[in-house]
Design a protein around this ligand. Structure first.
Ligand code: UD2
Ligand code: MN
Length: 376
């Protein structure tokens, strides 16, 4: 016969065992099993074909810190060649991100926040084989603050998506009128020299993504990605717009002969590129307004990038000119290639409207007197 006292002891033992079991399943394991069961309930695991722009079960409604869940990544790369492919939908995706633009951190601090990013701004997931290889191409000149902010947000954003990625900043040398589209042709050429990228994201330096369901992978058609920007009240400003952030596969890019080289100054080149897409027999794809959200860092028109008054004339001729001007005619001179910890910087001379300047004379051969002095 059990006394009241021994019943109490058994009850406590039972509760204790329950607590141990809960502790074992707590934190990540607990979260994972809950997510797993929700997936089963919704039966959406089987209906996810590509992992692109999918709604995750862990969407943060009011926005989360972009670095919040990256501590889940193991610090070291797994040994061995035989990693299995990453899941079609990354378990690190959470949805809305809280973008508060600030730059009160040093580049060293930023490096410490991104310990798995290696020389030249390259990254691959530590624990699985990425399904996609994406190059980020940033046209650039004299926007240091914007670049710092973009690096802060975009690195963790891409890591959440389990991409193999690289970060290229294409810097126009000198003070001559800016030429964004030509810089992007150079970016395409230089990035493809380094790696067999399967998607290129052409990315204004001042646009910060606000939702990580906006996956940085290519679609079957060229993709206009920055569809909902705060500056335009999160609406598409006009139907044919193709500026800001766009994603093209190497095949898309070559099919439309890349971008025009002859738009100097602000404006027009984005519409020309949009026209090229349809002239080459493709159409524009877009993410939803809910997901393709961006904040634009406020800025004025830059020095050396006044509105291009010729843009309307040029745009009228795209149909006749796209095959003669583009990737097949880009002339430029790479001045330097620097591998910074968080990005690769390629400084390039794109010349002027009159063409490229003559190449600098080769360095003078050292005279015998110089050599004696040097070794002496
Ligand atoms: C719009 C387009 C942009 C481009 C531009 C016209 C959107 C969202 N954006 O942006 O893609 O077509 O109009 O040319 O539709 N840059 C520098 N330094 C400079 C000048 C430009 O780094 O001195 C780069 C930088 O990456 C910048 C981009 O070029 O984000 C576009 O220039 P912008 O920001 O002055 O043009 P914006 O905001 O009107
Ligand atoms: Mn801008």
């Amino acid at each position: 016969m059990f006394s009241f006292q021994s019943k109490k002891i058994y009850l406590f033992m039972f509760l204790g065992i329950q607590l141990v079991v809960i502790a074992l399943f707590s934190r990540e394991a607990y979260k994972k099993s809950v997510t797993y069961f929700i997936h089963i309930l919704r039966k959406d695991n089987a209906s996810i074909p590509t992992g692109r722009n999918q709604t995750s079960t862990a969407v943060v409604a009011n926005g989360g810190d972009v670095y919040a869940n990256l501590s889940r990544l193991s610090k070291a790369h797994s040994q061995g060649e035989n990693l299995t492919y990453c899941p079609k939908t990354s378990p690190l995706i959470v949805g809305r991100i809280n973008v508060r633009i600030h730059s009160n951190f040093t580049m060293q601090e930023l490096q410490r926040k991104n310990p798995l990013v290696v020389r030249g701004g390259r990254y691959r997931p530590p624990d699985c084989e990425a399904r996609h290889r994406t190059a980020i191409i940033i046209p650039y000149r004299d926007r240091e603050h914007h670049l710092k902010v973009l690096l802060y947000f975009l690195h963790p954003f891409l890591q959440r998506q389990q991409l193999n990625y690289g970060f290229y900043v294409i810097h126009q040398a000198g003070n001559y009128t800016y030429n964004k589209a030509k810089l992007m042709n150079v970016g395409f050429r230089e990035a493809m020299k380094e790696e067999d990228w399967d998607c290129l994201f052409f990315h204004d330096v001042d646009l910060i993504p606000e939702d990580d369901r906006n996956t940085y992978v290519c679609d079957a058609n060229p993709k206009h990605v920055a569809v909902a920007i705060d500056k335009f009240e999160y609406e598409l400003p006009y139907k044919k717009v193709f500026g800001g952030v766009t994603a093209l596969s190497p095949l898309h890019y070559l099919k439309m002969n890349g971008f025009p080289n002859n738009y100097w100054g602000w404006g027009g080149e984005d519409d020309d590129i949009g026209d090229r897409v349809s002239l080459a027999g493709m159409s524009i794809s877009r993410p939803s307004l809910k997901v393709g959200r961006y904040k634009m860092i406020k800025h004025k028109l830059d020095k050396g990038n006044n509105a291009n008054t010729k843009r309307f004339n040029l745009l009228r001729k795209t149909r006749q000119t796209w095959k003669q001007d583009g990737m097949n005619t880009v002339e430029s001179r790479v001045i330097s290639r620097e591998y910074h910890p968080l990005y690769t910087n390629i400084t390039v001379d794109v010349g002027t409207k009159a063409g490229l300047p003559p190449p600098p004379p080769p360095p003078k051969a050292a005279t015998m007197a110089d050599q004696i002095q040097h070794h002496g």
